[in-house]
Design a protein around this ligand. Sequence first.
Ligand code: GLU
Length: 417
Amino acid sequence: MAGQVNPFESLQEQVDDAAAFLDADPGLIERLKNPERLLETNLTFERDDGSLETVRAYRSQFNGDRGPYKGGIRYHPNVTRDEVKALSGWMAYKCAVVDVPYGGGKGGIAIDPADYSEDELERLTRAFATELRPLIGVDRDIPAPDVNTGQREMNWIKDTYETLENTTAPGVITGKAIDSGGSEGRVEATGRSTALAARETFDWLDDDVADATVAVQGYGNAGSVAAALLADLGATIVAVSDSSGGIHDPEGLDPRSVKAHKAETGSVTGYGDTDPLTNDELLTLDVDLLVPAALENAINGDLAPDVSADVIVEAANGPLTPRADDVLADRDVYVVPDIFANAGGVTVSYFEWVQNRQRFHWTESRVNEELERVITGAFDDIVEAYESHDLRNLRTAAYVVAIDRIVDAADQAGSWP
Ligand code: GLU
């Protein structure tokens, strides 16, 4: 079963694969495979019926060599200690590969938010923010949205922190609503970088994403925006899915209309005149571009031989296991890794933080132009590493770029006598 692959072991294997091409001290590499600090805590909050409930929550601060810890907070039943550790590591490498001045962090609460009312989620989120307060800060650790969290939760965390600290500090968290100090373009940023990554990759392969057929697994914030922006580039979105199943239309779907259907009914399934398909059928569909935009381990070593796409662009974090990577590299399928492809989210979080520090609001076109500059520049760096080291895939190339930058920062910091 795909779900049995431990994402933290996957992260460590990815780091080892790349470190083999770098002349870094093995002791330092060992440090870069483990979080610096991990909070594991219980949150007790009041249900609407007056009863108390206790749930498990985590915050992992993976690496701070390049700047404050940075990364989202997810609410999902699959949240575990090792998942959060892995996700925090992917954040450290993600920030380094796009060269934003952050380390990596990640947090999560092991719940299904659909089981709770809005009032209950607010009490729970404020309990978590209170627990996080000593660890976070504008220059220390800056959370953000992730799976099943968004502007609402970020606004609550900001308010709790500012109230307890008796200050205003919008830069303590990113992904806020615009009127609470959020940035234009932040909601779309993950999907936007995914679409830009696809465009750059097809160009590099002397192809045009406008001619591509596309399947998107996961129709949350990342998947739905990526689908819409890829369609804007001219691509044909032939299939999309969410946790309830998928839909297929070889003539092409209208991604924004599918999103409206999901907002109304809770799922993409049942949309228009489409054929139903399972998530595994979607992942093995014969398309030019596959975009996994859901959770970890969507494609494992058993499923990878059946994948028919020519290019995979990872909008989710960790959707391919290392065994899947091996199979796909052998089959010459180009995998554009998560730590680059979905880095638009944290890049625009960085722009939001810069705006918060400056107390100055950028226009959406400025945000999108700066994002495009960062993503195209990072792609060039990855391709340079891929070609100069003759690497087996773009993931290892992205890690080579990222580890090199973190190792440089750590070396330059020196050590205490
Ligand atoms: N949760 C997003 C990610 O996995 C964004 C993190 C951030 O903006 O700090 O990249």
